[in-house]
Write a protein that binds this ligand. Structure first.
Ligand code: 5AD
Ligand code: FES
Length: 352
């Protein structure tokens, strides 16, 4: 019986590798039977990644430049209702300094990430983008600053932003509404992703694995959503509860399901840039290495000044926020080499 099930799963994985998509029912079947076929999936998903990107692991320098946020996502540690969050904003000079230091360390992509902070107007962001671009014309700049207007996205693109990360958080509207306050809209979020694509950004979507109320059916729906959206990047990581949020007592997502979703995403969108996220490294000391073995090819180490890192706490126990954080990149290089892959000095553009 079990042999039969395993054979069925492996056949579906072969089909997915060949056709780069499955039906909703087929994805769901694999998710429900993940323990029977996960190793076979990872073998295939890692091979597919190798066939396109080789053994290269791209690094993105993450600059968390503000933890002010006007939103109130129920899962997030920097939600506006969290009165215990110690708020900070980096100055333009500090942000540019992070990028300069990152460049010296070998980073060729910078991710400017922040809460939805109205202090950072288009004008201020445009200045920062132009300055980083003029100092480091060979670098790509990624923004990750939430929902903005089409006009704003357009101006920021013209000022030098190349890419944009905006996780959709869940592809199921009714689920989205359980994770967010009423004033936030699933349709608007998805619309932002379409606008970003239309403007020519390389776009990253993504979701949390094991977020409260998520079902296996929701996870199957993620794969259809991603197949249709065709993002250049997909950021996924386990949900990790934060003590000062309404979800403080909810269960954490699992390493296993996160890895399984990474593998399925790699086979569904073979060319996608796929990070092994900090959240995955937080719930398992070898999480990022396992992510790479399941088909991830991007790491996003922190470049924020060490004195603010503990303040950008989206979830509890986030790694690389202590005194040792400055050496993160050396430590990562060693860890990655143990997987047989290698961190490279490269913008890591999407390969068609
Ligand atoms: N656990 C895991 N990931 C989280 N994020 C926010 N809060 C949490 C949490 N508690 C993720 C969201 C967001 C990204 C920047 O961090 O997916 O888009
Ligand atoms: Fe800031 Fe979700 S709490 S965008």
């Amino acid at each position: 019986m079990q042999k039969q099930l395993t054979a069925t799963c492996n056949n579906l994985i072969d089909k997915l590798r060949k056709e780069e998509k499955l039906t909703y029912e087929e994805y769901l079947f694999l998710i429900k039977n993940k323990d029977l076929c996960k190793e076979y999936l990872y073998k295939n998903s890692r091979q597919v990644c190798d066939s396109i990107y080789g053994k290269k692991i791209y690094i993105r320098g993450l600059i968390e430049f503000t933890n002010y946020c006007k939103n109130d996502c129920l899962y997030c540690g920097i939600r506006r209702s969290n009165k215990n969050a110690d708020r900070y904003r980096l100055t333009k000079e500090q942000i540019i300094d992070c990028a300069d230091q990152g460049y010296e360390l070998g980073f060729r992509t910078f991710v400017l990430q922040g809460g939805e902070d109205l202090f950072f107007t288009d004008e201020i962001l445009e200045e920062i983008l132009k300055e980083i671009k003029s100092r480091h014309p060979d670098c790509a700049i990624t923004l990750s600053i939430g929902e903005r207007s089409f006009e704003s996205y357009k101006k920021l693109k013209q000022a030098g932003a190349d890419r944009y990360l905006l996780r959709h958080e869940t592809a199921t509207k009714s689920h989205y509404e359980k994770l967010h306050p009423e004033e936030m809209s699933f349709d608007n979020r998805v619309n932002c992703l379409h606008e970003l694509k239309e403007l020519g950004y390389q776009v990253g979507a993504g979701f949390m694995v094991g977020s409260p109320y998520q079902t296996e059916e929701n996870l199957a729906a993620e794969l259809l959503f991603l197949k249709e959206l065709q993002p250049h990047m997909v950021g996924i990581g386990p949900f990790v509860p934060h003590k000062d949020t309404p979800f403080k007592d909810k269960l954490q997502g699992t390493v296993d399901m996160t890895l399984f979703m990474l593998g399925l995403i790699r086979l569904t969108l073979p060319h996608v840039l796929l990070p092994a996220t900090t959240a995955l490294g937080t719930i398992d000391p070898l999480g990022r290495e396992k992510g790479i073995n399941a088909g991830a090819n991007v790491l996003m180490p922190n470049l924020s000044p060490t004195n603010v890192r503990k303040k950008y706490m989206l979830y509890d126990n986030k790694i690389c926020t202590g005194d040792e954080a400055a050496q993160c990149i050396e430590c990562l290089k060693q860890r990655v080499s143990k997987t047989g892959c290698e961190i490279v000095v490269d913008r890591g553009d999407y390969k068609n």
